[in-house]
Ligand binder design. Structure first.
Ligand code: SAM
Length: 334
């Protein structure tokens, strides 16, 4: 079976946030006052997520990604990942992590069936890393990245956000990891999710110009199959590729194949819209699999055609504010 929205897009990719908790405090991801933690019983149990995973796979979802909060802080996540990866029809399961717990957990994640890792890293300078994340954990993350690269994951990528808190050397330093390591480094335009604004943002075009100046001209490179909205480049003498995700300055909504499940069981259809469906009341209210399937299909029909982003005072490109209730990324999972 295929699950299509009302614009004919095939939705085969589900991102699952397993927790709203995180062991970092990235300034661009959380609002300044932090986010109130959700009580444990409001978070979906692993059994509940597995049930939804089976239902979604029956509807044609074949790619999953675990995220959070920080997915590796949830107790039992490895055993859960193993069960999820064994669901009939699941062909790829990725995990997005800040890498703090990766050194010790990477082998078990690989054994559990995680196929690919995205590691978030916004600076390779220890003091800047601590300033951006609130913690002095860069060395641990680097050890986690190296451990992951020793294992035969299908992909290990580094994601770096071009946030208003970053300085040029933060993300240029992260790009430099691909010089010697066999890792694709992807620069992601910061998305204003929580009602924030910023006047110091670097967008994709500016990033490419700065990269050319520091490392030489980026040349278009082949994109790995099924690897989402990044455009890939090779850089002179680099081992890994550069990826650019112009989340705000370009729209790739026409090819969007994603839906998201939050830790509290909201099915989210677009990062920038509140439209979706609360699945927890169904899961906990005695709904049959058929009821849930029908609810999901009804919800996906509401997937918006495109996000318009939230207008930034400093930018012309994005025209209307479409976020009804601002919601920090840490609560959605990216
Ligand atoms: N804790 C995990 C991690 O750090 O990768 C998973 C959750 S985190 C919310 C997922 C990704 O979203 C990270 O790469 C993070 O940098 C990115 N992110 C957070 N806020 C963002 C924003 N406003 N715009 C773009 N990316 C953002």
């Amino acid at each position: 079976m295929e699950m299509n929205d009302s614009f004919g897009r095939k939705l085969n990719y589900l991102r699952i946030s397993v927790t709203d908790r995180c062991n970092l405090r990235c300034r661009y991801c959380m609002p300044p006052g932090g986010v109130p933690f959700i009580p444990h019983d409001e978070v979906l149990s692993f059994e509940e997520i597995l049930r939804l995973g089976r239902i979604m796979a029956g509807l044609g979802v074949n790619r999953l990604r675990l995220t959070g909060g920080e997915p590796l802080v949830r107790k039992g996540v490895v055993g859960f990942a193993e069960k999820l990866s064994k669901i009939d029809g699941i062909e790829f399961m990725g995990l997005t992590t800040n890498g703090v717990l990766l050194e010790e957990m990477a082998p078990a994640l690989y054994a559990a069936g995680v196929n690919g890792l995205n590691i978030s890293l916004d600076s390779t300078d220890p003091a800047r890393y601590a300033a951006l994340t609130g913690f002095n954990k860069l060395e641990r993350v680097m050890r986690g990245l190296h451990r992951a690269l020793e294992l035969p994951f299908l992909s290990v990528r580094v994601n770096c956000v071009l946030s208003g808190q970053s300085i040029l050397d933060d993300w240029l330093g992260v790009v430099a990891l691909a010089k010697t390591l066999p890792v694709d480094v992807r620069l992601i335009e910061w998305m204003p999710m929580g009602g924030e604004d910023s006047g110091r943002l670097v967008r994709a075009a500016g990033a490419l110009a700065a990269i050319e100046e520091r490392y030489g001209a980026p040349q278009p490179a082949a994109s790995p199959a099924g690897q989402g909205p990044a455009t890939y480049y090779s850089l002179p003498g680099f081992t890994g590729r550069l990826g650019i995700i112009p989340a705000m300055s370009h729209s790739f909504c026409a090819a969007c194949n994603r839906i998201r499940l939050t830790a509290t069981g909201e099915l989210k259809l677009c990062l920038f819209y509140d439209t979706g469906m609360a699945l927890k009341p169904l899961l906990r209210g005695g709904a049959s699999d058929g009821d849930i399937r029908a609810a999901v299909l009804g919800a996906v029909a509401q997937k918006p055609a495109r996000h318009q982003g939230r207008k930034l005072a400093s930018e012309d490109g994005c025209n209307t504010n479409t976020i009804d209730r601002p919601c920090a990324m840490v609560k959605i999972g990216g």
